[in-house]
Ligand binder design. Sequence first.
Ligand SMILES: Nc1ncnc2c1ncn2[C@@H]1O[C@H](COP(=O)(O)OP(=O)(O)OP(=O)(O)O)[C@@H](O)[C@H]1O
Ligand SMILES: [Mg+2]
Length: 254
Amino acid sequence: MTETNRISARNVKVFYGEKQAINDVSIDIASEHVTAFIGPSGCGKSTFLRVLNRMNDTIPGCRVTGEIKLDGQDIYGPDMDVVQLRARVGMVFQKPNPFPKSIYENVAYGPRIHGLANGKTEMDAIVEKSLRRAGLWDEVKDRLTDAGTALSGGQQQRLCIARAIAVSPEVILMDEPCSALDPIATARIEELIDDLKGRYAIVIVTHSMQQAARVSQRTAFFHLGTMVEYGPTEQIFTNPREVRTKDYITGRYG
Ligand SMILES: Nc1ncnc2c1ncn2[C@@H]1O[C@H](COP(=O)(O)OP(=O)(O)OP(=O)(O)O)[C@@H](O)[C@H]1O
Ligand SMILES: [Mg+2]
């Protein structure tokens, strides 16, 4: 089986001022896979996720060392255009955060600023395709001009996924994307993640071990700012090599 690594991170350290949040993490993120980041609260999962598309640039005092490459290109290098980077490495947050605009405009916004559509017909096609891929089209096709914020929580999260997809990303980062959703909406997002993994590399942070086991093929266990163990999800959950991983997955500490 051949596979391509989209992201390669080496010896990454992240500091907030004097405080170190990530210590020496190296990881490869494969395309066409879902990679889950698990670990107790405060261990650095969100921090590490954010450095993968330089979302941390917006946090004063946050400093990153080491190397992170996207398709071989250093994302912290002088030639990297951060706006382009965030289109290539999209992000979906814990709390659905549609723009205060229509459903249509939420999806069209990115393609418009990146100049991806030549005229309205092309833009309509991108909006429809993105909403279809996000499993939302049938529910919203007759109300595209309604506010994105008028949708249910689960629909809003799928709208945010459609917005990320609309600019043809290579990687989609999801930070606890279901934690604000009920079980039915969660199941829909999990199905969607499964459908999307053939096209994008997906990284999902989750506190739900069941969710990690259901949706991911790779799991990385973080603890106190380090990545303790990384491997096939099945192995991590059934036969972890590290005692700390075993203790966590068996619920000995959280
Ligand atoms: N903006 C920030 N400024 C300063 N310190 C921060 C900031 N964000 C996170 N930290 C610190 O960095 C460490 C890692 O936090 P992070 O949010 O990455 O953990 P997490 O694993 O995502 O936790 P949770 O599961 O609760 O979301 C924590 O000690 C946290 O207090
Ligand atoms: Mg977090």
